[in-house]
Write a protein that binds this ligand. Structure first.
Ligand SMILES: N=C(N)NCCC[C@H](NC(=O)[C@@H]1CCC/C1=C/[C@H](COP(=O)(O)O)NC=O)C(N)=O
Length: 161
């Protein structure tokens, strides 16, 4: 059995079989391992903090700062610890069924995916920051992660496919 999009082909030049990926057009002599280019789908709720790689978000722009200069992208000032506390409150509300990850992400996530209920679409290994990828690929479909830290901030991840 081969991962999705891979098939066995025969090389007449070398008179031996090889493996061809009909999607990426890649060819290999050795069979690709199962689960290597597995694609999953996930949504997330991201709470950023002052040390995030991009410490600003659509939400900060909408928060009316009466007396501060309305800079194009307000800087997020909360600490990483404060971000974790905020995320843990959302985690509890989702785990108790009081809300859903999608509803919480829509209003609370600092990622632009908030407008899609946190949906990041399908992705393979190699696309997301490693801590996020490892956590997402370890989830069963329908399972919610514990808080995950990346350079973006602190995430809750729900694997959806
Ligand atoms: N394929 C899809 N849908 N988009 C490309 C994702 C690129 C990827 N992004 C991430 O790893 C962060 C952590 C997990 C989700 C994610 C979302 C970030 C978080 O916000 P930011 O730190 O960028 O301001 N917003 C968008 O990229 C990366 N390699 O940087």
């Amino acid at each position: 059995e081969l991962p999705q999009n891979w098939e066995v082909r025969h090389s007449r030049t070398y008179s031996k079989d090889y493996y061809f990926n009909t999607l990426t057009k890649e060819s290999r002599w050795d069979p690709p391992p199962m689960g290597e280019n597995e694609r999953i789908r996930a949504s997330h709720l991201l709470i950023k903090h002052k040390d995030s790689r991009r410490p600003s978000s659509w939400k900060e722009m909408l928060t009316p700062h009466l007396f501060s200069l309305s800079l194009p992208q307000e800087k997020i000032l909360r600490t990483k610890e404060e971000a974790l506390e905020i995320l843990k409150r959302h985690q509890k509300r989702i785990e108790t069924g009081e809300t859903t990850l999608s509803a919480a992400a829509t209003t609370e996530s600092d990622c632009s995916s908030a407008r899609r209920g946190g949906d990041l679409g399908h992705f393979e290994r190699g696309q997301m920051q490693k801590p996020f990828e490892d956590a997402a690929f370890a989830l069963e479909v329908g399972q919610l992660s514990e808080p995950v830290f990346t350079d973006s901030g602190v995430h809750l991840i729900l694997r959806t496919a």
